[in-house]
Design a binder for this molecule. Structure first.
Ligand code: HEC
Ligand code: HEC
Ligand code: HEC
Ligand code: HEC
Ligand code: HEC
Ligand code: HEC
Ligand code: HEC
Ligand code: HEC
Ligand code: HEC
Ligand code: HEC
Ligand code: HEC
Length: 402
């Protein structure tokens, strides 16, 4: 932190000793500022932080280490900053990216070279006031933005170096991801361990594809108004995954305007973990992979919001409307050794033709067949490829012929 300017001084460990040695050489009493032009040490200073060379100059009534007489005035600087400062301090522009005012040598834009009530001789009592005194747009942002990232609210230098750093914007690590993971250690572990990773994190801006590092008006500092808008900004074209196409969700939702509850709220993250997960399609909870699956309540994310009784009570007059009299048709279809998973009949994103998020067509192996659902006031019927048309009626149970 401290640069010794002269090898003979290196031996001196005590700052005072160093100061004396450094300052002894250039002192020429005759250039000491005269009292007449206001260039006079204020011996009564009560500032909390006094720059040692200034304290020494005051004590010795000699300011000539930094000042000199020029054109008849004694207040001129003996040399420009940063050279003046670099006599005693390590240069502040040594890394790959240098902050504008540091590159311009404007050390005193931020530091008072004499004394100050603020730490590090700063011109403002806190860092964010200092930074936003020039970066006024960021000051407005802090005032007008609903969700400010806590470390930004705290102090800008949690992430930026005031002088120089090896990463763009003088960040302490690569701002797209590494910086985030320095603090969000739990995310680092999560990303490393999950089996279903999200392709979004392989895009160039990584975390910043979705988050604003300073804050935003959306909870979790998202760059779009809802997680849905965010997801659809990428899932609007046919994204491919290891050669096979992912559903174009933007188009799917436009073509199927009866959207499932969480999507109506704009919350795709109600079911998907945008950072990846150990479940099919990065779901927050499991969901069976195939058309048939032996039923286990634990395998259905649906029960985060829907009552399991809807599926599991063999007989009911309340838990579901999908019943023939009191015989639960959900139970009949789903709750078995070789049960049909919800996807056989429902689409979890959006549907069009039928109510209750029943899909128009279902996929079974290589075929895609219509379910031909007909709703009645007290029940309904369908005629998929699985069987001939069969009916259910909640009030007058129907005997379907095999
Ligand atoms: C460590 C170097 C250093 C020492 C020692 C020092 N000054 Fe300065 N002084 C500066 C710098 C740098 C500036 C220019 C400040 C700026 O750009 O705003 C300055 C500016 C000034 C100014 C112009 C007005 C102002 O405050 O910005 C006065 C007056 C002044 N110094 C008086 C003194 C007196 C009196 C002493 C001795 C007791 C002294 N200085 C010691 C570095 C020093
Ligand atoms: C004659 C040597 C000398 C010169 C020239 C000098 N400094 Fe210092 N400065 C010191 C010493 C000694 C300290 C105290 C070191 C410490 O606490 O680690 C110090 C401390 C500081 C600190 C930290 C204060 C704190 O509270 O920790 C800042 C900021 C600083 N100087 C800025 C400057 C700037 C800006 C200039 C140029 C305008 C400058 N210095 C020129 C010797 C000097
Ligand atoms: C944009 C404002 C800004 C400018 C310009 C600036 N500094 Fe600083 N400086 C800070 C802040 C903020 C700190 C305290 C935080 C820290 O230690 O990183 C600091 C700390 C310091 C310190 C004490 C800690 C250390 O890193 O050694 C010294 C010495 C220092 N600055 C010298 C300088 C010199 C010399 C220049 C000009 C080349 C300069 N500063 C320009 C904002 C600035
Ligand atoms: C004295 C005015 C001033 C202060 C105080 C100041 N900055 Fe700057 N800052 C600048 C200037 C000038 C630039 C260069 C702008 C450019 O190149 O477009 C800059 C550039 C930056 C950049 C890079 C922006 C870009 O688009 O490349 C960052 C990041 C930054 N400052 C952060 C900070 C932080 C953090 C602080 C507080 C520790 C701070 N600034 C305090 C004047 C200041
Ligand atoms: C949590 C870390 C973090 C904190 C704290 C932080 N920043 Fe940043 N900042 C970043 C990242 C990451 C980027 C790069 C953004 C990008 O690549 O689009 C950045 C970019 C910038 C830029 C240049 C691009 C722009 O947005 O204009 C400026 C200026 C800036 N920050 C100023 C500030 C100021 C002022 C503060 C304090 C009020 C601050 N930052 C606090 C992480 C942070
Ligand atoms: C200096 C430490 C630090 C860094 C660096 C950092 N964060 Fe944070 N972040 C926090 C803290 C502290 C919180 C608040 C506590 C929490 O939610 O964990 C937080 C909260 C968050 C939140 C939740 C905000 C909310 O509304 O609940 C998100 C999202 C976030 N950070 C994303 C990021 C991203 C993206 C980056 C990288 C650009 C990043 N963080 C870098 C410390 C950091
Ligand atoms: C595809 C978009 C996307 C990407 C990329 C992304 N996030 Fe998020 N992040 C979100 C969404 C959406 C939420 C809100 C999640 C929720 O509501 O459950 C969130 C929430 C968070 C939170 C708050 C805690 C939590 O898990 O809910 C943190 C912290 C966070 N993200 C950090 C990161 C970090 C660090 C990265 C980069 C490694 C990153 N995010 C990449 C979309 C993303
Ligand atoms: C920055 C672009 C981007 C954003 C934003 C984005 N994604 Fe993705 N997503 C991708 C890419 C690219 C893939 C393909 C990954 C691959 O090739 O494996 C993908 C894949 C997926 C997959 C399939 C994953 C699997 O394991 O099969 C799901 C599900 C998904 N995204 C959901 C979401 C959700 C929900 C959101 C919003 C929270 C979202 N995505 C936001 C780019 C994005
Ligand atoms: C109610 C929970 C839920 C919500 C909310 C939800 N999804 Fe899904 N998503 C699923 C389930 C379950 C699957 C697995 C479907 C399957 O394999 O049949 C899936 C699959 C996907 C896939 C992979 C599709 C493919 O190619 O097979 C993408 C992409 C996707 N969702 C994106 C989104 C987006 C974007 C949103 C918000 C608009 C969203 N999801 C909201 C439950 C949900
Ligand atoms: C064999 C087709 C089929 C399967 C498989 C299926 N459902 Fe249904 N579901 C229906 C029908 C038909 C209705 C409409 C009942 C009515 O209102 O007449 C329905 C209605 C619903 C409703 C609306 C409320 C109610 O119960 O009446 C929910 C919620 C629901 N199903 C969830 C699920 C979940 C969760 C799964 C998987 C665990 C699932 N369904 C599996 C056919 C099915
Ligand atoms: C995050 C909560 C949530 C999760 C998880 C969830 N749902 Fe829903 N679901 C809702 C809400 C809210 C509604 C009511 C609004 C509507 O009709 O979409 C609903 C409605 C339904 C309906 C239509 C009800 C009717 O009578 O029209 C069906 C069918 C359905 N969900 C099936 C599922 C299936 C299958 C899953 C699991 C893949 C699932 N849901 C997961 C919240 C959720």
């Amino acid at each position: 932190m401290f640069k010794y300017i002269n090898k003979s001084i290196v031996a001196m460990a005590v700052v005072g000793g160093l100061m004396a040695a450094v300052m002894a050489a250039p002192v020429v009493k005759s250039t000491s500022p005269a009292a007449t032009d206001g260039f006079e040490p204020n011996l009564k200073s009560t500032k909390k932080v006094v720059h040692p060379p200034y304290a020494m100059a005051k004590a010795e009534k000699d300011c000539s280490f930094c000042h000199t007489e020029k054109d008849g005035k004694s207040g001129a600087l003996k040399m420009d900053t940063p050279e003046l400062c670099n006599q005693c301090h390590e240069a502040k522009d040594t890394k790959k990216f240098v902050h504008g005012p540091v590159a311009a040598g404007a050390c005193t834009a931020c530091h008072n070279p004499h004394e100050s009530d603020n730490m590090k001789l700063l011109r403002f009592p806190n860092i964010n006031q200092l930074c936003t005194s020039c970066h006024m747009d960021k000051g407005d942002f802090l005032k007008n933005t609903k969700h400010i990232h806590p470390p930004v609210q705290d102090q800008c230098i949690n992430c930026h170096d005031a002088h120089t750093e090896n990463f763009k914007f003088q960040l302490k690590a690569d701002g797209n991801k590494d910086l985030c993971l320095m603090c969000h250690v739990e995310k680092k572990e999560h990303l490393a361990s999950v089996t279903h990773k999200h392709g979004a994190l392989d895009r160039p801006k990584k975390c910043l594809e979705c988050h604003n590092p300073h804050g935003s008006n959306t909870p979790k500092m998202l760059i779009k108004e809802t997680s849905k808008d965010l997801c659809l900004s990428c899932h609007n074209d046919t994204l491919t995954q290891q050669g096979s196409k992912l559903v174009d969700m933007d188009k799917h939702l436009k073509d199927n305007p009866d959207h499932h509850g969480p999507i109506l709220w704009g919350d795709c993250a109600a079911c998907h973990n945008p950072h990846g997960s150990d479940n099919l399609r990065m779901l927050k909870k499991p969901f069976p992979e195939s058309f048939y699956s032996s039923f286990d309540e634990k395998n259905y994310i649906c029960f985060e919001c829907h009552e399991p009784a809807k599926i599991m009570d063999a007989n009911t007059t309340t838990a579901t409307n999908f019943r023939n009299g009191s015989k639960n048709m959900h139970f009949v279809h789903v709750d078995k050794e070789k049960g049909r998973t919800c996807r056989a009949c429902h689409d979890f994103h959006g549907t069009k033709e039928y109510p209750h998020h029943l899909r128009t067509k279902t996929t079974f192996g290589a075929i895609n067949f219509p379910i031909r659902y007909i709703e009645t006031p007290t029940g309904g019927s369908c005629a998929p490829a699985c069987h001939a048309r069969r009916h259910y009626d909640r009030e007058k149970p129907i005997m379907n012929l095999k």
